[in-house]
Write a protein that binds this ligand. Structure first.
Ligand code: BG6
Length: 458
């Protein structure tokens, strides 16, 4: 242990180590800093791993190691020590995730399984508001704050962009959405009147952890929305709301993203009620509660999406357009496609097309357009006409129907609902579109090249 302490005090950066010594072949020592490390305990041995799904085959009894804590594992015991060599007591946690949830369950890819699990992930996350998240939600008093900042990375950032439209519309509060890798170095203007919301599936993304610590150092109140119990962000944030999506194995997030959206929607409704911007919940909670069934309805007939996607494998570039909250979810559609199909894609606010991007539109360019905002329907349809008139093909996804048929426009209709929550429906079609394009290209969908499930280093 002496050597482990000496060495880890000299190490720089983040690490998670399992250390063995020839003199003590039955002992495994573990230590970590800014990287996740869990210890699984079972009657037939102890395990160390970076994440819970890795040990679920053996046990659901785990310890979450904190930074610079030392774990000494032997066949039938685990002991914990501080860097001061003082013994530590740690709480053994029981993980509620089942082994099945960490296996493919007959699906070809974890991503497709996780897409299909979204109705359950949404129901469990909505119910968590009255369960594991109740105390945390009750402890929040939005009237203390005059600004909301949402910060995150990747898809979690896109969930923040969607949430800004919902919070601003319902709470009439200005919301800033910041990339965590920028927020941590921008000398952010936050203080004790700022609510900083951190969104992360893993709770271990290095830039989001640093953004959280930066916000706390500046006196801001930090609220985390995380999918992994015991993760660094869930433990260090002032308050943590859990998404109940279960373990997410595929690198490209789907069900956890959808669960983040419903937590953010419910938070916005709760804040809007406390701010007196809406009376009661204005029927909005019922709209949110109806989302799992509507998602199940979309998932019950994927053939048209699968068929259309099979015609898109040859594209070198695909554009996504939308207006207002549709633009926000178009960002996620574009990212999902890039992550797993390796096709270049960009998302644009419909009104921006004519300020540059439309110069790229030519014969057979593919444009995915989102149309769920009734009051902006004519606007997005004129954007659709603009690209069709230049030879583009359009995949139109939305609840707004257009009676005009055009063989260059393929419509994937969505169940009706409140436009503010339509991203939860659009994203399912966007996920399936990306999945089937990548599947038709025979790519390694669960482990796309150059990507990791959680980027724990800067
Ligand atoms: C990337 C994942 O590494 O990190 C993305 O591939 C994810 O899917 C992003 O959105 C952020 O991760 P997290 O765990 O902080 O939500």
């Amino acid at each position: 242990m002496e050597t482990v302490i000496k060495v880890s005090n000299r190490l720089e950066g983040s690490f998670a180590l399992g250390i063995m010594c020839v003199d003590e072949p039955d002992t495994l020592v573990a230590i970590k800093k800014d990287n996740p490390l869990i210890i699984g305990v079972s009657e037939h041995g102890q395990f160390i791993a970076s994440d819970v799904p890795a040990v679920l085959k053996h046990t659901n009894q785990v310890y979450y190691l904190d930074d610079k804590e030392i774990a000494v594992l032997r066949k039938d015991s685990v002991q914990f020590w501080g860097m001061d060599k003082e013994p530590l007591q740690k709480k053994l946690e029981t993980v509620t995730w089942s082994l099945d949830s960490a296996e493919k369950g007959g699906y070809e890819h974890f991503m497709l399984k996780e897409i299909m699990e979204q109705p359950k992930a949404l129901r469990d996350t909505i119910q968590a508001a009255a369960g594991c998240n109740k105390d945390a939600l009750d402890s929040l008093d939005i009237t203390q704050f005059d600004k909301i900042v949402i910060t995150a990375c990747g898809s979690a950032f896109n969930a923040g962009v969607v949430a800004r439209y919902v919070f601003e519309r319902l709470c009439r509060l200005s919301v800033e959405v910041e990339l965590a890798s920028e927020f941590r170095y921008k000398d952010a203007i936050v203080d004790d009147k700022t609510l900083v919301i951190l969104v992360s599936q893993s709770g271990e993304t290095a830039d989001t952890i640093a953004a959280m610590r930066e916000a706390k150092d500046r006196g801001a109140f930090t609220l985390a929305i995380v999918n992994v119990v015991g993760s660094t962000i869930s433990k260090e944030a002032d308050v943590c709301l859990l998404t109940a999506a279960g373990p997410e194995i595929a690198v490209a997030t789907t069900k956890a993203f959808s669960a983040q959206l419903v937590v953010l929607y419910m938070l916005a409704v709760r804040f809007a009620t406390s701010l007196g911007q809406i009376s009661g919940d204005a029927g909005l909670l019922a709209e949110i509660a109806a989302l799992p069934d509507k998602v199940a309805e979309i998932l019950s007939h994927v053939d048209s999406i699968q068929k259309y996607a099979s015609t898109c494998v040859g594209y070198k570039s695909i554009f996504f357009i939308g207006r207002n909250i549709d633009y926000a979810i178009a960002l996620e559609g574009s990212l999902k496609l890039k992550e797993i199909s390796y096709i270049h894609s960009e998302a644009y606010a419909g009104g921006e097309l004519k300020h540059g991007t439309i110069s790229l539109v030519e014969e057979d360019t593919l444009v995915v357009a989102l149309a769920n905002c009734e009051r902006l329907f004519s606007k997005i349809m004129s954007n659709v006409e603009q690209v069709v008139s230049r030879g583009a093909k359009v995949l139109l996804i939305g609840s707004c129907k257009d009676n005009e048929s055009d063989d260059r426009i393929t419509l994937i209709g969505l169940p009706e609902g409140h436009e503010l929550f339509s991203p939860s429906l659009s994203v399912v079609v966007l996920q399936l579109f990306s999945y089937y394009v990548a599947a038709n290209k025979g790519l390694d969908i669960d482990k796309p090249r150059n990507l990791a499930k959680s980027v724990t280093v800067e």
